[in-house]
Design a protein around this ligand. Structure first.
Ligand code: DGJ
Length: 671
């Protein structure tokens, strides 16, 4: 039996026969007692591996209720060779028939309660082996009376929508078959069994699945891993494949507690880069779309600088051949017609206004109308003799090829070393359709994507990278480890965005959540909201402005400048503080609390109705805060409240037709 320990959580497994099974998962000390996973009674018409809380099993060990590993042409069995307590725990299983040597890994991410699990499959035999199923881990959860599964679904402009489903028995699956994380589901699942909530996430930006299976004997097992899309990973003799990390968390505080564990994880993944101040950006996409000109951008830059913006980002449309979405992708040279004095002098002009400069790229893509495609038509995913599918008029380059990888890396190196660029927005606007003639479908693409992102961090460490994929179609824990911010959605309208952000924070930390103030009209909820509402909303993560600010009145501009200044004062608390979500984004009681040491910031929005506008009796909306010291006193403007009052009754707020959002800053008073 082995126990590995996280900040406040422990995870205990035991070996027996050809399996390693889970014994306990929960707070420190949970292993000191009979295992909730142990079973008694006869196993009928199945194998014990089907019934047990098996950590990871091939189809010969767990044939009926869901195996984690399978190979073509035979039922795989193995024997446990050895277990070592080394960087967490590792266990080696060996199959003497194929020669496969499979190492299971467990480790708590340092300083967190997130257990990382992954597997290395090595072909130590003399013949190739085709791996047809290759999960990262199975997580077992006691579920004597079923489970509630919480997940995030979406589509373009509606990402990160929270939903839940009750599963008493049977199977529930989310995933992507698009060769990218996808808009439809996030690789995140929370499993509540009435006593505790467990979370499972996956660090992979290709096709994936998370599958929860509730058996008939009180166990729910969640499998997470790559989805091989019917294209096996073939391992030649001596070759290995490593699965992505599947991460698991335990929380006694429900879905919101699970969210805090994921925030802690993403902060751990950010490492030292978390300490960097998140700069306020302006992005010109919604203002100019493809109609980029030096004069037009500088007119925006003048105003952006006066509002306190720190980085000015030119989005799509700056390069040759890019007048709309039908051409240009692949040719990453600034368009001289749009920048007649040269791109370098344009960038200097932006910087002369006191801002850093940022640029949009989509380096994995090519349009048919481009010099790159003319030169390298063979670089795209395609199957001989079959049509090539376009989405948004573009093809996907096969980044798994070494020459394409080098092209992408060199293109970015060249842009970043030619111009003083401090911020790169990396977009990805179409999923994969055609297969590559490769043995490891999206594996090679995704690994080379990570290689380029890792290269950027190593060689251009001062450049901030924003991950984007037609909005939020590539947000996962692998991307969180390699980018500084991500773009959750192209929907920037206030009430739509409030819902998206509330869902985003279920699985992802505010330091990653890029958000702009715009004048966009809602697609799902068209009710307009004040400029204050939109600033408070975009302040919930990393603040940006994306409106056509040349149309803003002087009064709007001075209000905007005041909000930018307020954001700068609280942004460290927002990006690094402990997050508690209060209420819901369909009501008058909707807020996010951020607490860092003695400072607490509460962002609150009225997404619901009013209380009768004083024509009938009404009561203030109360925002109950969490995690404060009940005995301490907290100053908020002129008011002082006890922690006890703030947590049990809540911070009062009285909405009016024009007062629909606010930012509250609270300071714990010295005792
Ligand atoms: C999709 C992104 O999500 C948008 O923010 C914008 O960058 C466009 N692509 C540009 O084509």
């Amino acid at each position: 039996m082995w126990t590995i320990t996280g900040a406040a959580t422990e995870y205990t497994v035991a070996a027996g026969g050809d399996r390693i099974d889970l014994v306990a998962w929960g707070p420190h000390g949970v292993s000191d007692g009979p295992s909730p996973y142990a079973f008694h009674g006869k196993v009928q018409y199945m194998l014990p591996g089907d019934v047990a809380a098996t950590e990871y099993a091939p189809d010969g060990v767990r044939p009926f209720l869901g195996a984690d590993l399978a190979v073509a042409g035979q039922v795989l069995t193995w024997r446990l060779d050895s277990v070592a307590e080394e960087d967490g725990l590792r266990a080696l299983f060996v199959d003497d028939v194929t020669g496969l040597r499979v190492t299971l890994r467990w480790r708590f991410a340092a300083g967190t309660d997130v257990i990382e699990r992954w597997v290395v499959v090595h072909n130590g035999g003399s013949a190739p082996v085709s791996v047809t199923r290759l999960d990262s881990a199975g997580f077992s959860i006691p579920s004597p009376s079923g489970v509630t599964l919480s997940y995030l679904w979406g589509q373009w402009a509606q990402e990160f929508t929270p939903a839940s489903v009750r599963l008493d028995r049977g199977r529930f699956q989310i995933g992507s078959a698009q060769g990218v994380t996808g808009h439809q589901f996030s690789p995140y699942l929370a499993v509540g069994n009435g006593d505790a909530t467990y979370g499972v996430g996956l660090a992979w930006s290709g096709s994936w699945h998370i599958t929860a299976s509730a058996d008939v004997a009180g166990l729910t097992r969640v499998q997470a891993g790559r989805s091989l899309d019917g294209s096996p990973v073939t391992l030649g003799p001596g070759e290995s494949v490593t699965t992505p990390v599947a991460a698991g968390v335990y929380s006694a505080d429900g879905v919101d507690g699970v969210a805090r564990q994921w925030h802690a994880y993403e902060r751990h993944l950010a490492g030292d880069r978390l300490r960097r101040t998140r700069k306020v950006i302006y992005n010109s996409w919604e203002a100019t779309t493809f109609d980029v000109t030096a004069d037009g951008q500088l007119a925006l830059a003048d105003i952006a600088a006066s509002l306190g913006v720190e980085t000015f980002v030119v989005d799509d449309g700056w390069f040759v051949g890019r007048h709309d979405d039908t051409g240009g992708l692949g040719d990453w040279t600034p368009d001289p017609a749009k920048f007649p004095d040269g791109f370098g002098s344009f960038v200097d002009a932006v910087r002369a206004r006191g801002m850093e400069f940022g640029l949009w790229v989509e380096p994995e893509m090519v349009n048919a109308r481009s010099a790159l495609f003319e030169k390298h038509p063979d670089w795209i995913y395609q199957t001989d003799g079959r049509p090539r599918t376009t989405i948004r008029n573009q093809y996907l380059l096969n980044l798994g090829r070494e020459d394409v990888f080098e092209f992408v890396r060199n293109t970015l190196d060249s842009l970043l070393s030619t111009y003083p660029i401090s911020y790169l927005k990396w977009d990805f606007n179409r999923p994969r359709t055609e297969a590559a003639p490769s043995a490891d479908l999206d594996g090679a693409h995704v690994r080379n994507l990570y290689r380029v992102l890792d290269h950027l961090r190593a060689v251009h460490p001062d450049v901030t990278v924003e991950g984007c994929a037609a909005g939020g179609a590539r947000v996962d824990y692998a991307i969180a480890a390699r980018t500084d911010v991500v773009w959750p959605s192209d929907n920037t309208a206030p009430l739509d965005r409030l819902r998206i952000q509330h869902g985003f924070l279920s699985a992802h930390s505010p330091h990653l959540m890029s958000s702009w103030v715009t004048d966009a009209t809602g697609m799902f909820d068209v009710r307009p909201r004040s400029l204050a509402f939109r600033f408070v909303l975009a302040s919930a993560g990393v603040l940006g402005i994306g409106a056509d600010i040349t149309t803003w009145t002087p009064a709007q501009r001075s209000e905007a400048a005041a909000w930018v200044a307020r954001y700068k004062d609280v942004r460290d608390v927002i990006t690094r503080g402990e997050v508690h979500r209060i209420g819901d984004p369909d009501s008058a009681r909707c807020a996010v609390q951020y607490t860092l040491n003695e400072r607490t910031v509460v962002l609150a929005w009225n997404a619901g109705g009013l209380d009768g506008r004083d024509l009938v009796p009404g009561r203030d909306v109360r925002l109950p805060l969490r995690g404060l010291d009940p005995a301490a006193r907290y100053r908020c403007g002129d008011a002082v409240y006890s922690g006890s009052h703030l947590m049990s009754v809540g911070l009062p707020v009285r909405w009016t037709p024009s007062y629909d959002a606010d930012l509250f800053s609270l300071l714990a008073q010295p005792a």
